[in-house]
Ligand binder design. Structure first.
Ligand SMILES: [Fe+2]
Ligand SMILES: [Fe+2]
Length: 411
């Protein structure tokens, strides 16, 4: 029987179709690459200065999470084993390196032009080699993923086109990643791997998980009106202020992105990463609600107050998660229903649609928080209430050190 380790490459075989073992091996490597794309998108949600780029990266993060979920389910059906355990170090190295771009242009040249273009080719090749009946399960998934990757690449081409040098400055980084992938035998690892020497990196830049949520010069770090002030404003002004608060939910996106990056190597179950990716994407959509509605009302997003993100960045990711889901989101929940009803009574259908979606999403977020804090505290003498107490003492210490006292809820 020919297998993935056969001396006959899959691409040169005389018959159509893939064995269960062969297809599972291709899925394992594809899962690994898509998982690493999630991690890189999360890190760059913090790094990318333009909020529009953050939005795209957050949507792509969720695309990758869904792809991983579908492929893991199929891998399980194929009895395909552990998705990460047999990943070759050369492939891991290539994906580790893809994080370390110097800016968004280089990120899209390397991760998109290099890695995701190769992934798209690999998916098309997987479909081409598969038998329509024997491998129907994989084909269905691949044909759902291919249009997503095509969309990602179209966006990356737009980014490179808008760059004054047409992305030429980022070309060495793309070539470097393409070289690393070829050294790993390509995405599928089905090509002969030569013992090519390691290529020198085009630069020494390393991306560390940022403790700052970066913005470009359009967004000023300014306070937002407090809840009571917003409520007493005339309707249109109140709506604008409320949607400025929605736009500001980028602080929650940043907090979750930091949780995704910091929990990546902590041995968490896949379902945790999947839920965090969903939560992060939801918060990103809430920020997008703000940008959309502000523009409809004749304003551009212009303010951010990242207080909750900033003060939590040195805490363990468990504390960041509990703070968000069991403190802040529970606190803000009581504002959701009156807001929805107010917009309904004012006949403001557009604002009502966004308030409704936000309210619904938040119920899931509190659920995620309960589920995962209980999971992480299973063999821990502390309860979630104890973690909240620890958070209070962190905040008190931080404020004492900085010589400031700031309200817990600034908007
Ligand atoms: Fe939200
Ligand atoms: Fe939320």
């Amino acid at each position: 029987m020919e297998t993935i380790s056969s001396t006959v490459p899959l691409t040169e075989r005389s018959y159509q179709g893939l064995s269960v073992t062969e297809s599972a091996a291709l899925l394992r490597r594809s899962i690994f690459v898509e998982q690493q794309c999630m991690r890189i998108c999360a890190a760059w949600l913090l790094e990318a200065p333009a909020y529009e780029d953050k939005y795209v990266l957050g949507y792509h993060l969720w695309d990758h999470a869904e792809h991983v979920q579908w492929m893991r389910e199929r891998l399980h059906e194929l009895r395909g084993g552990h998705a990460e355990a047999d990943i070759a170090p050369a492939l891991k190295f290539a994906l580790d390196e893809a994080l370390h771009a110097r800016d968004v242009t280089e990120l899209v040249a390397g991760l998109y032009g290099g890695v995701k273009r190769a992934l798209l080719r690999a998916y098309r090749e997987h479909v081409r080699m598969a038998d329509p009946a024997a491998n129907a399960g994989e084909i269905r998934i691949l044909q759902r993923m291919i249009p997503d990757l095509e969309k990602h690449l179209r966006w990356s081409e737009e980014i490179l086109e808008r760059c004054p040098t047409g992305g030429n400055v980022a070309a060495p980084w793309q070539l470097y990643l393409e070289y690393l992938l070829s050294r790993a035998g390509g995405i599928h690892g089905t090509f002969p791997v030569s013992m090519m020497p390691a290529k020198e990196r085009p630069h020494a830049h390393m991306v560390r998980r940022s403790a700052e949520l970066k913005f470009d010069s359009r967004i000023a770090r300014k306070p937002l009106a407090k809840y009571e002030e917003r409520e007493s404003m005339p309707h249109e002004q109140s709506v604008k202020e409320q949607f400025a608060v929605f736009f500001n939910e980028l602080w929650a996106v940043g907090l979750l992105a930091s949780v995704i990056v910091d929990s990546w190597d902590a041995g968490c179950p896949w379902e945790f990463h999947y839920d965090m990716a969903h939560h992060c994407w939801d918060e990103l959509r809430h920020s997008q609600f703000g940008a959309i509605r502000l523009k409809e009302l004749g304003e551009e997003p212009s303010r951010a107050d990242t207080f909750f993100f900033d003060q939590s960045q040195n805490w363990p990711f468990l504390h960041r998660l509990v703070y968000l889901t069991r403190d802040l989101e529970v606190f803000f929940m009581k504002r959701k229903s009156p807001r929805f009803l107010k917009y309904q009574q004012e006949g403001d259908g557009r604002s009502m649609i966004f308030a409704d979606a936000d309210w619904s999403d938040e119920i899931n977020h509190v659920r995620y928080g309960t589920k995962w804090s209980e999971y992480f505290l299973k063999d821990d003498a502390r309860t979630a209430e104890d973690i909240k107490e620890e958070i209070r003492s962190f905040i008190a210490r931080q404020q004492a050190e900085a010589g400031v006292t700031k309200t817990d809820i600034p908007f």
